[in-house]
Ligand binder design. Structure first.
Ligand SMILES: [Zn+2]
Length: 108
């Protein structure tokens, strides 16, 4: 295998490479010690750093999970609101004034 590229000082997403930390097991290439922006340090393979598979000490994944959960909650609540809104509008003689306005405008 060719000499590993020196990644010291390079930044990959949240990780800044501090130093070479030997080789990854099973001929996995160079292993690097990285400092995450959250303050943790972690070890990653050079290939994983370069292809974006390893972007944080794990805190990024946590954050993504939280964001995904939040987004899901927002989506659910907004669709519930939309349903309620629809039901409310349907009580006005079955047609919403905006819909009437839009319909008359599109016929003009
Ligand atoms: Zn982190």
């Amino acid at each position: 295998m060719a000499r590993a590229i020196d990644l010291t000082g390079q930044k990959f997403h949240l990780l800044t490479v501090i130093e070479r930390a030997g080789s990854a097991p099973n001929n996995g290439g160079a292993r690097w010690r990285c400092l995450c922006e959250c303050g943790n340090d972690t070890y990653a393979r050079g290939a994983d750093l370069r292809n974006g598979a390893h972007r944080s000490c794990g805190c990024l994944r946590e954050q993504k999970l939280v964001e995904a959960r939040l987004a899901q909650r927002v989506r659910r609540s907004s669709s519930e609101r939309a349903r309620m809104e629809m039901r409310r509008n349907l009580t006005i003689e079955g047609v919403h004034p905006d819909a009437l306005e839009w319909a008359s405008r599109s016929w003009a």
